[in-house]
Design a protein around this ligand. Structure first.
Ligand SMILES: [Zn+2]
Ligand SMILES: [Zn+2]
Length: 372
């Protein structure tokens, strides 16, 4: 027989732990190691171990025996143990229905009583992000069927499910490793609703839902980011057969690409291709800006390709706070497509000679500038 860890140690509790402490310790460990949930490699073994420890310690009689004799019980019968005995723990009572809802086919108490959420994608441009506009959208959404009040039944022709006695839930035994657990599941006959439609509503064919053209009004928050979700409570899908609250509707904002700006938080980044003459002599550029005004970019003379110009406070508003981000302009040298004869001649005349040493100096200089 393998060496077993002390049950108190397994649950991480004191020898004097009371029922509540035991239950709490078991609950948090079981949530962590439940084989359907856990990503740990040894989850199943761990889960068996904590389940065994809890089964023994939560039973006053077994606990007393364990306290006296440890794992070596007189008569050689160690509490069923890994040897194949089974423990009857109602996990749902301890862990709560929510814990199971995610892996019993999604037909949990929560999702049964509440309609699905709906996500609607909505495109906006940077100008709207800047201003924070109010928008209106007309869209077809599932609504509760008016003819049957969302029940899906014609003239209320519904009967109670005989399989579950109208409870919607049945008690079932489930084997996890060597352990038998009692779980409460949705009744398969009525999908957990407790009722069965005898005659389906003609308007909605029993679904309890009908699409309805709906007008949504919402505000784009200033500085909204791509993927920002606006929640409209209760505007989602109606609950199944009208027996619960509606889901929520989320408007997920998609910020369209701007013709030249890229966004980095509240900052706007752009590159500005300029000619050799503009870089050498300096220039001032004016562009229409997202704030409705003009963006003035002053390029000083002798600006190098690759230098950046920052224009403070001309970016987007920050989501929190009243300040604005910056515009960052990356200056680039744009070569002409072609040179005329005269241009070529002129440029040849301005060519400067330099030695290999001078070239190397220049390269070194540039590298050290980049490292700064
Ligand atoms: Zn049923
Ligand atoms: Zn209907």
């Amino acid at each position: 027989m393998e060496d077993k860890r002390d049950y108190y140690e397994v649950l991480g509790v004191d020898k004097s732990a009371d029922d509540k402490e035991l239950k709490n310790a078991f609950r948090s460990l079981a949530r962590k190691y439940h084989p359907d949930r856990s990503t740990e490699d040894d989850a199943e073994d761990k889960f068996k171990e904590i389940q065994e420890a809890y089964a023994v310690l939560s039973d006053p009689e077994k606990r007393q025996m364990y306290d006296r004799f440890g794992h070596n019980q007189p008569g050689g019968s160690p509490f069923g143990g890994f040897g194949g005995g089974s423990f009857n723990i109602n996990l749902e009572d301890i862990l709560g229905g929510d814990f199971f809802s995610s892996f019993f086919g999604g037909s949990s108490r929560r999702s049964r009583n509440r309609g699905n959420d709906i996500i609607v994608r909505y495109s906006i441009n940077l100008e709207s992000v800047f201003q924070g506009t109010s928008e209106e959208l007309e869209i077809e959404l599932p609504n509760s069927c008016e003819d049957c009040d969302g029940t899906g039944a014609e003239n209320g022709d519904i009967i109670s499910c005989s399989n579950c006695g109208g409870q919607g839930r049945i008690r079932a035994r489930q084997q996890v490793g060597p352990f038998v657990q009692d779980v409460i599941r949705d009744c398969p006959t009525c999908s957990g609703i407790g009722q069965i439609i005898k005659t389906k509503c003609k308007s909605c064919k029993g679904s309890g839902q009908q699409p309805k053209e709906t007008k949504l009004r919402f505000n784009i928050p200033k500085g909204a980011e791509d993927g920002t979700r606006l929640r409209m409570r209760g505007k989602g899908e109606p609950a199944h057969r009208g027996r619960g609250e509606n889901g929520d509707l989320f408007i997920e904002l998609e910020v369209e690409e701007h013709d030249w700006f890229e966004r980095s938080g509240a900052d706007l980044i752009m590159s500005l291709p300029l000619t050799y003459t503009d870089l050498a002599l300096g220039t001032t550029i004016k562009l229409p800006h997202i704030d409705g005004g003009e963006l003035k970019i002053t390029v000083p003379k002798m600006t190098n390709s690759g230098e950046t110009i920052e224009i403070r406070g001309k970016g987007l508003p920050r989501l929190r706070g009243s300040s604005r981000g910056d515009v960052v302009v990356l200056v680039k040298l744009q070569m002409p497509r072609k040179l005329s004869k005269e241009e070529r001649k002129y440029l040849e005349s301005t060519r400067e000679d330099y030695t290999d040493d001078e070239l190397q100096e220049r390269i070194k200089d540039d590298a050290s500038k980049r490292r700064k």
